[in-house]
Design a protein around this ligand. Structure first.
Ligand code: MSP
Length: 508
């Protein structure tokens, strides 16, 4: 099986983490955890983008050197994946020496490629510091950058340019040859039309900036922040593991996750830079929509930041992951609300899943003194219910359908709840002649819940572990476990504590 390398964008170190950033990190972690469950060699990268001009500006305002300032603020970003229970394999900082060295080598390779892809010219035009991007009049609304409601600055300086225009043909060929290069398809079409519209060369350096990676052949200039940041996906592989170069193992088996705001950089500039430097282009890019809060993009400049750490304190990481995965179909724009989070916490996590575990374990404890007899029946309703789950979820996650795969697991959760009602174990327990029937029902509920717990590991890692522990079954979450009838006898099952306790109790 080909290795699986998944990345999030590297987040601007000087911005405040909000739920929109957490969204991509959660999605990447769901995909990575799932692939690891399937035994695939997986690498998950996230980190911070430090060389934005904003960093130098704010540092100067605070009387600090840019590096000192970045060192002080990077911690919240490093903490974010851990708090979300995201298991990234490496956290890159673009101020890492390994990254800086690699970027210099990367740019030098382009300069030396014999095609004159890098040349000097005067850049004169508009620049939005918010986007860290050059703008044309057509990008502006009433003279302002629509993303940041801010007037771009006029910049005129001699820079080094990358001959992007020369790559139009090769990029179009790439999009034609690989219809799944960018997903969803409508995003590939968007990138393709942009390429077809004609590509402008772009400046890859900035003059007179104190903060950034020096251009190797002209140290008075530093690399433009995007020409530095994109390269992280490759540079990290060269020094993430001491003494090892992971490029051979993971490049180009990479899946880049990103939101639509940075589509052009990733789907057009990045493959062109790679081709110019003599590297393979990425395996795939998945462009998701914006997570909207009350229909507005969540962002610092719009003042509707939802601090993911506050939400985790209140609801737990699992609930935040669940809400992000479930509220908006992954790939589309959509709205989420904190009320919606509370609602899903109570209704779906507390009632559907939590109560199912509480009832099941309480019944085994009460009617069987905590001892479960192993009586699988491959023809049972529960066997039929969980039978296709493993393949269905795996197929959906291979296609980045995070929302659909979670819904598929939830169908089984709802099916098990219906099974409790329909089989009414409390009635069976009253009738000594129906002992075997009761054993069968209890077995199917425990086994069904075990399957659900393994299938939920990528989405709700903490709850998954708690369910397996409460059922006194193996903590192993290998994907082969998403199959009916693998529970053996279990003993000492006790009525489980609530998985998702009532919030008034939790927050009191
Ligand atoms: N530093 C650049 C990326 C360089 S990658 C080589 C950058 N950083 S950022 O901090 O602005 O983060 C952008 C990414 O954060 C988006 O692509 C997306 O993954 C995530 N999101 C930020 N706001 C979001 C929403 N409101 N909704 C969904 N994702 C969001 O751009």
């Amino acid at each position: 099986m080909e290795p699986y390398y998944v990345t999030t964008p590297i987040y601007y170190v000087n911005s405040t983490p909000h739920i929109g950033h957490a969204y991509t990190t959660i999605a990447a972690d769901i995909l990575a955890r799932h692939q690891r469950q399937r035994g695939r060699d997986t690498f998950f990268l996230t980190g911070v983008d430090e060389h934005a001009s904003k960093v130098a500006r704010v540092a100067a305002e605070q009387g600090l050197a840019p590096q000192e300032y970045a060192d002080r603020i990077e911690g919240v970003w490093r903490e974010l994946p851990a708090r979300l229970l995201a298991e990234n394999d490496f956290f890159i900082r673009t101020s890492d020496d390994g990254h800086k060295r690699f970027v210099q080598d990367f740019l030098q390779r382009i300069r030396d490629n014999g095609r004159d892809d890098i040349y000097q010219d005067v850049y004169a035009g508009l620049y939005c510091v918010g986007c860290e991007a050059f703008k044309t009049e057509a990008d502006l609304v009433d003279g302002l950058c629509p993303e940041h409601d801010r007037e771009p600055e006029w910049i005129e300086e001699t820079n080094w340019f990358f001959r992007l225009s020369a790559y139009q043909g090769r990029l179009l060929q790439l999009y034609d040859a690989r219809p799944d290069f960018v997903l969803p398809r409508f995003r590939a079409n968007e990138a393709r039309s942009f390429i077809e519209g004609g590509l402008q060369d772009f400046s890859i350096s900035r003059a007179g900036q104190p903060w950034g990676i020096p251009i190797p052949w002209d140290p008075d200039q530093v690399a433009y922040v995007w020409a530095d940041a994109l390269v992280n996906y490759l540079s990290a592989l060269t020094y993430a593991r001491e003494g090892e170069d992971l490029r051979e193992r993971y490049w180009p088996s990479v899946r880049h996750l990103l939101a639509k705001d940075i589509l052009r950089f990733h789907c057009v500039y990045w493959p062109a830079l790679l081709l110019a430097a003599g590297y393979d282009v990425p395996h795939q890019l998945f462009v998701h929509g914006w997570l909207l809060l009350d229909d507005r993009k969540i962002s610092k400049s719009r003042g509707n930041i939802v601090d993911p750490l506050d939400l985790i304190d209140l609801y737990g990481a699992d609930a935040v992951r669940f809400w992000c995965a479930r509220s908006v179909s992954f790939g589309q724009d959509g709205s989420a609300s904190v009320d919606g989070l509370r609602d899903r916490y109570e209704r779906e996590l507390g009632n559907d899943l939590g109560n199912l575990l509480s009832r099941t374990t309480a019944m085994v404890a009460r009617y069987r003194d905590g001892e479960l007899r192993a009586v699988p029946d491959p023809a049972s309703d529960v066997a039929r219910l969980v039978g296709p789950l493993g393949a269905d979820v795996a197929d959906r996650l291979d296609a980045y359908d995070i929302t659909g795969s979670l819904e598929r697991v939830w169908e089984v959760v709802r099916g098990l709840n219906r099974h409790v009602e329909a089989s009414a174990p409390w009635q069976l327990a009253k009738d000594a002649e129906r002992e075997q029937e009761l054993d069968r029902v209890l077995y199917d509920l425990v086994d069904g819940l075990r399957v659900v717990a393994v299938a939920l590991h990528a989405f709700l890692p903490a709850a998954s572990e708690q369910i397996l522990a409460a059922l006194r079954v193996s903590p192993d979450v290998s994907w082969a476990g998403v199959a009916y009838g693998l529970t053996g006898t279990a003993s000492k099952i006790e009525a489980a504590a609530p998985l998702f306790p009532r919030l008034d109790v939790q927050t009191a």
